[in-house]
Design a protein around this ligand. Structure first.
Ligand code: GLU
Length: 491
């Protein structure tokens, strides 16, 4: 395919939503697959709700996910400007053309009049739509009202009795009757065009070849098709992707999990895991393999395998995927992602010294198999540091270990008390000495230590646990264990 140009056109009215990120991703993937252009522009005509902070959030989120754009806001290009509020003269020219050709008209109806009309239609059981009062005003009437300071809206004259259809790349042929669409506003009374109008001019002037967007825009599409026709432009190909639902099959909302991309970043998800997860919301790969990095997705992605049925947001699956990516990441990457969480929890200073970094790295490596997001680390560490209880389930094991356990732990305690700090290596050396001194090695040694330190016979590597709980923690546990064993062995 030639001249493939796709765009992501968010409204900067809030943080980048999971649904928006998925739309961006599908556009990105198709653009890259056909070595085309991925463009990002801002639909900021809702002046009240749009903000620079939202635009920044959206751009940061896209970059964090690895979806850099070739053209658009900040990147520049030949089809700019890339914010709708900076493109008003482009829209104005098109409005003037439609007005001159009689394809659009000024409407002077007041809000109250329109409300009354809508109420009356609803009362009759009709779908509310504009009745067409200003449709046939003469140009002279326009002029005199404009001269007297009226601020009209501009409405598009919808041709009656027609069918408009698109061949949607996901949904197949979708047709609409124009009789169901009233003459709709294209420019508001403050001169700002509405989305349906601006988007058409943007897609045309930016030479967009494919529009992939959420199903919620399907009902806007007939209006846009009518505008393409009226302006004499060829249409892009459309692909409307299904809604994202929560597990309970209602529209995805905060109840189902965080909805913004930054929330996942802040909880310690890896961008590659989130990208992989987003791709699987509606698209299914050909084989069994579900793990794809961005390049792999570009290779494998196709609209043929995008489903019409709603995608279900499964947080457990995202967690699982993130766990897989955490374990597959390089240790340095794991440390980089873990560090801010350890710092926020006060476990590592804001400006860590080499020792702190070593501690952070050891802890992260020790716990990497036990977390699905880096944000879980502090709570997990706190759990390790909690006082342990030596439960009944240890009875058999402790009976078997008997006095050996006491001998080992007494020796460990004495050594710990003589040290100032313990590193993972230092801890290994300590155990070696204990073995030499007591003549107890192998399973009796290691199980005694493990049980004393964790109250359990299973868990991560003991050298790492030693680091997590620290010298003080270990001393405390040795003492506690010895107190416990005194009773246990007597009973
Ligand atoms: N600004 C619209 C949105 O954020 C995008 C519409 C489109 O892609 O045409 O939903």
């Amino acid at each position: 395919m030639k001249n493939v140009r796709l765009r992501f056109a968010p409204s900067p009215t809030g943080p980048l939503h999971i649904g928006g990120a998925r739309s961006a991703l599908f556009n990105y993937l198709l653009a890259k697959k056909y070595r085309g252009t991925f463009l990002v522009r801002m639909e900021d005509t809702d002046l009240e709700r749009s903000s620079a902070a939202s635009e920044e959030n959206i751009k940061d989120s896209l970059k964090w996910l690895g979806m850099d754009w070739d053209e658009g806001v900040d990147a520049g290009g030949d089809c700019g400007p890339y914010r709708q509020t900076e493109r008003l003269s482009i829209y104005r020219q098109a409005v003037d053309k439609l007005l001159a050709e009689g394809k659009a008209y000024y409407c002077f109806c007041s809000e109250e009049e329109l409300d009354r009309e809508r109420e009356a239609q609803s009362a009759r059981g009709e779908t509310p739509r504009y009745g067409g009062k200003c449709r046939d005003l003469t140009r002279e009437e326009w002029q005199s009202r404009l001269d007297s300071g009226a601020k009209p809206v501009v409405r598009f004259k919808v041709p009656p009795g027609e069918e408009v259809a698109i061949d949607d790349l996901v949904r197949g042929r979708v047709a609409f009757e124009t009789d169901g669409i009233g003459d709709f506003i294209i420019v508001k009374s403050d001169g700002i065009p509405v989305y349906n109008f601006a988007v058409v001019l943007d897609d045309v002037t930016m030479k967009i070849s494919h529009v992939i967007r959420g199903e919620e825009h399907l009902s806007n599409t007939p209006r846009q098709v009518l505008l393409y026709d009226a302006l004499g432009y060829a249409m892009p190909k459309f692909a409307h992707i299904s809604l994202i639902l929560g597990q309970d099959k209602t529209k995805m909302s905060k109840r189902h999990g965080s909805t913004s991309v930054v929330a996942y970043r802040d909880q310690g998800y890896l961008p590659e895991a989130l990208v992989n997860f987003l791709a699987l919301l509606g698209w299914s790969p050909e084989g069994e393999e579900e793990i794809f990095d961005l390049d792999g997705l570009v290779e494998a992605f196709s609209l043929d395998r995008v489903s019409k049925s709603p995608a279900v947001f499964d947080l457990e699956k995202l967690k699982w995927l993130n766990g897989v990516y955490i374990r597959n990441a390089a240790p340095e990457r794991r440390l980089a992602f873990a560090l801010p969480h350890l710092q926020n929890a006060g476990l590592v200073p804001a400006e860590p010294a080499a020792d702190d970094l070593l501690w952070a790295q050891t802890v992260t490596e020790a716990l990497k198999n036990h977390i699905n997001a880096f944000g879980e680390l502090p709570a997990l560490i706190a759990r390790y540091r909690q006082p342990v209880a030596y439960g009944e389930e240890l009875g058999e094991e402790l009976k078997a270990l008997g006095e050996d356990a006491v001998t080992v732990i007494r020796a460990v305690l004495a050594k710990l008390e003589a040290l100032e700090t313990v590193s993972a290596d230092g801890y290994k050396a300590l155990l070696k000495e204990v073995k030499k001194e007591t003549g107890i090695g192998g399973r009796p040694l290691f199980h005694s230590v493990r049980i004393a330190k964790t109250g359990s016979t299973e868990g991560p590597d003991m050298d790492k646990v030693a680091i997590i709980i620290g010298r003080e923690g270990m001393i405390e546990r040795c003492r506690e264990f010895l107190r416990f064993m005194e009773h246990f062995l007597q009973s």
